[in-house]
Ligand binder design. Structure first.
Ligand code: 5AD
Ligand code: SF4
Length: 438
């Protein structure tokens, strides 16, 4: 087998960052990355199974790979579909040699040696048994300015609709020391933005007992060279007031909290096993709104969960208005294997779910139109992310995670990763337009 690899990644930021760590581990073992699967000795597919018959898509994609077999190539399936389907993958796609879920990546070096020795059916499928996180010094980071750090893996919440507790294993946090060491190394390497990751990032529990999540946030925000710290995704159940206090106290902590509510109806929340009510959630929102800084709020929503009525949907719509989110990610409920909700009748047709989704998206658009309009005339600092050369605009991101397309009178455009002050001149429901301050 030639020591070259090709990797394709699907799913959330955790998966994207896992791939950065997998790539770093492979490179450390003498593998070179190639951009074309035809040139690769090892093809890896890092999968997601959160919604929409994801496993079928994986098998479809594996079928396409089939044409490449017989050229001495090896195939590996990683991530959530690997964990969920396990050895069934070997039955359906016998040319696959390695199947591993994220809870087993710490064994990758050993699995790679076995692969090189010609072993055929290698599995890494410990799920809820492991206490170990996947840490490596060799992370192939794709962005030189903004870097991810996973501080907690897995999930112990068991929401009725969700595969994650089964695919990513039980919650396990890294020590605050190892997180801070990594953040410091990143700051030294020139990163100015750090994004802390976890399925429930704020459920973080330092195994050494030294720091709370809010203290860890604050400590990272105070590192020399770090100008922005983000964290995602927070679970309302573990959202404590000291997180808001930390944001107020430490300028580098970004003015943004992603706090998925999933539904505005207490009855649906109960059926989803979210362990909070509408009012309980809104109390956390009131803490965030009482902050000295203007903290932007975003959410995930599921429509069409089993038993959801038109009244429940209306409750969600009014919650969107009450909170005034700056963005929502709304999904049609999709039954997932092994989850408790699979036993509940998925009685709403796809048409009904699609129509309900549209109702929410239409209402949300109006909320965002108003929210974004409020920024016109404001001056803000942006991190430069790229350029829209056709329009002669620079693309930047605000601390609130809003996209601002701006022009500048400077002959030389600001570099990606640099910070620029901009005055907002125009707004849309999803982005702002501005001019660089001189
Ligand atoms: N169906 C639809 N959406 C889902 N999500 C998680 N599981 C499902 C499912 N079975 C959504 C939730 C979660 C986001 C990452 O994906 O809104 O917050
Ligand atoms: Fe997809 Fe969830 Fe796995 Fe992320 S954790 S890759 S969203 S199934």
């Amino acid at each position: 087998m030639s020591k070259t690899f090709y990797i394709e990644t699907f799913g959330c930021q955790m998966n994207a960052h896992d791939s950065e760590k997998v790539i770093g581990t492979l490179e450390q073992h003498g593998y070179a990355r190639v951009d074309d699967e035809a040139d690769a000795g090892l093809i890896l597919y890092n999968t997601c199974s959160i919604r929409d018959k994801a496993e079928q898509k994986v098998f479809h994609r594996l079928n396409e790979y089939k044409r490449l077999q017989g050229e001495g190539k090896k195939f590996a399936v990683l991530g959530c579909v690997a964990q969920q389907e396990g050895t069934r993958i070997f039955e359906k796609a016998p040319y696959v040699s390695l199947v591993s879920g994220s809870a087993s990546y710490r064994n990758l070096p050993e699995m790679l040696s076995r692969l090189e020795n010609g072993e055929q059916r290698i599995t890494g499928l410990d799920d809820r048994q492991t206490d170990a996180a996947f840490e490596t010094e060799f992370v192939a980071r794709t962005n030189p300015h903004r870097g991810y750090i996973t501080i907690i893996e897995g999930c112990d919440k068991f929401c009725a609709y969700c595969v994650v507790p089964y695919t990513r294993g039980k919650e396990r946090s890294r020590t605050a020391k190892s997180v801070l060491d990594e953040a410091r190394r990143m700051a030294d390497a020139g990163f100015t933005e750090i994004q802390l990751l976890g399925q429930n990032v704020n459920s973080y529990k330092d195994p050494s007992g030294r720091m709370s999540f809010a203290e860890l946030l604050a400590a990272i925000g105070q590192l020399t060279g770090i100008r922005r710290v983000r964290f995602t995704t927070s679970h309302p159940r573990d959202f404590t007031r000291d997180i808001v206090e930390a944001i107020d106290a430490v300028p580098a902590l970004c003015d943004h909290v992603h706090l998925p509510v999933q539904s505005g109806s207490t009855a649906v929340l109960k059926a989803m096993n979210r362990e909070y009510t509408r009012d309980w959630y809104l109390e956390r929102i009131s803490w965030i709104k009482a902050a000295k800084r203007s903290i932007s709020l975003t959410s995930d929503i599921i429509v069409g969960f089993p038993g959801e009525t038109e009244e429940d949907l209306e409750q969600t719509a009014t919650l969107l208005e009450e909170v005034g989110y700056d963005a929502i990610f709304a999904f049609k409920y999709s039954p997932r294997p092994n989850t408790p909700a699979i036993g509940m009748a998925d009685s709403l047709s796809d048409e009904v779910k699609a129509a309900r989704l549209q109702v929410l998206l239409d209402r949300q658009r109006e909320i965002q139109r108003t929210n974004y309009e409020r920024h016109v005339g404001e001056e803000m600092e942006l991190m430069v992310e790229g350029y829209n050369r056709q329009r002669g605009q620079v693309i930047g991101r605000s601390t609130q995670n809003k996209t601002v397309n701006f022009t500048t009178t400077q002959a030389i455009l600001p570099a990606t990763g640099s910070y620029v002050r901009v005055r907002v001149t125009q707004s849309f429901p999803n982005s702002l337009v501005g001019e660089a301050c001189v």
